[in-house]
Write a protein that binds this ligand. Structure first.
Ligand code: COA
Length: 262
């Protein structure tokens, strides 16, 4: 399918180029704080990217920060009591779910602040790159609200119970080095090189077998969500695929494989 670029909401744009989908957070003046409408746009962005048959997604925040979380300025209206909060949480959870359950790998490229819902988005992603000046935190207890259960699941999966409790109970921010230490971030890259590094990693992922990636993602998720049968079915499908034949032929012929996801 053709490459494209679309603005889906005030702060969410989506594009696909060379089999790489990018979801950009486009409100740099407010550290890419996301409104309810922006959360609702994220699942749509993932659908657009997968419909275009992209093989990997980069999540990126424009300007000085990845994402300072939910837009607190609208909470007095859209998250003011349990009833409105439930609607809000649904939009929030659906955004995290779309990232977590995207059938292709999602790579978060993090510079600056990565807080609250921004941390949740990074936690729902499969891979995280960050700059040395990136700062991470989950200040729910500073605001006096609770995070959605599934978002907490992502955080615990990404950093473990002890670090999750430390982040939540203290509301303290941690540095990029500490984020590396707790395993939240895989690699640090200089600010000016972040997007290039993300695109390079994305290009590597996109060049490899999509069905293998899909089975890998589902299998790792199955270790916590229990869907072992679903993961096994995706694994089995690889053995039936043209790409597996292509992988073996490329090995025999001493050339790079060319995969088409079928
Ligand atoms: N919601 C709404 N607006 C936000 C925001 C958020 N989560 N994060 C930043 N902004 C706004 C600021 O209010 C400010 O707006 P203004 O220019 O109209 O005053 C603008 O973005 C710039 O932020 P500012 O606070 O001036 O920048 P800073 O560099 O001093 O601090 C942060 C940046 C991110 C540390 C600080 O803004 C902050 O703590 N934000 C809230 C983070 C948070 O609690 N997130 C969890 C939400 S559930």
């Amino acid at each position: 399918m053709a490459d494209f670029s679309l603005q889906l909401s005030a702060s969410i744009s989506v594009s696909v180029a060379n089999s790489v989908g990018t979801i950009r957070l486009t409100n740099p003046d407010r550290h890419n704080a996301l409104s309810q409408a922006d959360w609702l746009a994220i699942p749509k962005a993932v659908v657009k990217i997968t419909e275009a048959e992209a093989r990997v997604i980069i999540l990126y925040g424009e300007g000085r920060s990845f994402c300072a979380g939910a837009d607190i300025s609208e909470f007095d209206v859209v998250r003011k009591d349990p009833a409105t909060a439930r609607v809000y949480e649904t939009a929030n959870s659906e955004a995290f779910r779309a990232v977590r359950e995207a059938p292709i790998p999602v790579l978060a490229a993090v510079d600056g602040y990565c807080l609250g819902g921004g941390f949740g988005l990074a936690a729902a992603s499969d891979l995280r790159l960050a700059t040395p000046r990136a700062v991470f935190g989950v200040p729910a207890a500073r605001l006096g609200l609770a995070y959605p259960v599934d978002a907490m699941g992502d955080i615990v999966s990404a950093v473990g119970t002890q670090a999750a409790k430390r982040l939540l109970f203290t509301a303290n921010r941690i540095t990029a080095d500490e984020a590396i230490t707790i395993g939240f971030v895989g690699e640090l890259v200089a600010e000016e090189a972040l997007l290039n590094a993300a695109n390079e990693m994305a290009a590597t992922i996109a060049s490899l077998a999509p069905l293998t990636h899909r089975a890998t993602k589902a299998t790792i998720a199955a270790l916590s969500n229990g869907d072992l049968e679903g993961a096994r079915a995706l694994g089995d499908a690889t053995f039936d695929s043209a790409d597996y034949a292509e992988g073996r032929a490329a090995f025999r012929e001493k050339r790079n494989p060319s995969f088409n996801g079928r």
